[in-house]
Design a protein around this ligand. Sequence first.
Ligand code: NDP
Ligand code: HSE
Length: 437
Amino acid sequence: MRLALLGCGTVGSEVVRLLHEQSADLAARIGAPLEIAGIAVRRIGRDRGDLPVDPALFTTDPLGLIKRDDVDVVVEVVGGIEPARSWLVEALRAGKSVVTANKALLAEDGGALHDAAAEGGGDLYYEAAVAGAIPLLRPLRESLHGDRITRVTGIVNGTTNFILSAMDATGAGFAEALEEATELGYAEADPTADVEGFDAAAKAAILASLAFHSRVSAADVHREGITEVTAADVASAKAMGCTIKLLCIAARGADAAGRETVSVRVHPAMIPLTHPLASVGDAFNAVFVEAEAAGQLMFYGRGAGGAPTASAVLGDVVAVSRNRLAGVRAASESAYADLPVRPMGEALTRYHISLDVTDRPGVLAAVAGVFARHDVSIATVRQGPAGGGTAGRGEDADLVIVTHVAPDAALAATVEELRGLDIVRSVASVLRVEGEA
Ligand code: NDP
Ligand code: HSE
């Protein structure tokens, strides 16, 4: 089996190292030796340390490498939409098998890759694209195909999980925790894709597509990042026996007409400390899958890093190589259900709302009236003196309200109306609450 490796950075260099170190085992598992036919990079003269590979294999011509007749499998670990999409479509149409870690491309235009794979007859595998080393996509696309998945809830971005875990552990604000994440090498120099939720949204689209047999793209995902999460939010979550996580949530549900739909969203949310995802700390990832027959399943591990990601890439390389030797291909994309994506306003969730209100008779009734007008049911109300002290009645009071489940649009409209009340001095924080209380 001859591989074209596109990219030799954080992930690609570990793929090269593992291919070298495990060559005998990999050959035995596949039934044929795996050889690197060439490695496409951007800077041919870049210092690559003591990478165990012949320097003559490097090229700056990815397309030329892909088109070579002696290439069976193309491994793409470059990233980005173009030119990666053109390379992979070319490879797949030519009947080569492709392994990619490129979540951005799969979420943007995975359909183009699946169509090209169907046309060329090769395999398209992408286990590393979501949650790095965690074997998660194979269970979704194979093991659970006898079941009906109802919901996938995940922590799929290590950088933001590190930041939120640090805020929870030390009481630090977002900026301070981001600085620590950058110093320790978890956050990139430009952390936008992670902290604004773009990376998690791409992964959410891939998970939803597989779980619900429908094409879901990044544009279908409601996305909110963690930049607005404050130390006060984290403290408020703690007071409720919760912690705050950036969650990706993909769920089945019915729309107003009773049609089956999916909702896919990424946003910070409070979850109770008893929820299996609450204890996922540091930069770890975990995904909680609920299926009708299997019940609850939890996948946990390292979601990023050169070696963990290369582990997933190589697992795919072994699978597609075996298929090629056997003259078969894996089951093609399963998108038969073609479920529409429900707008965020129809997603069912709960809100935790923290208000600074005037402390006088009738305030609670006025606030409750706003919830009632929007058909939002209140689950709990906690009132204390402004600033969280213990003094008696003063000018202001802190009011913390947690709702029952309601459509997101009704909850958002409730908050909007609360902001306009003269007795509400400020809406200090609004966070969604997920998981059983
Ligand atoms: P890096 O930036 O470390 O490496 C990118 C590689 O691609 C480099 O070798 C670079 O060449 C090469 N490259 C860039 N542009 C071109 C081009 N136009 N032509 C040829 N080669 C090019 O990226 P990562 O290894 O971190 O990530 C690779 C992929 O894996 C991405 O899709 C990413 O999302 C995904 N991924 C990464 C994870 C991680 O932990 N890093 C985790 C999960 C997925 P040169 O070496 O010359 O600069
Ligand atoms: N930036 C990503 C993260 C890398 O923090 O999880 C893995 O996709």
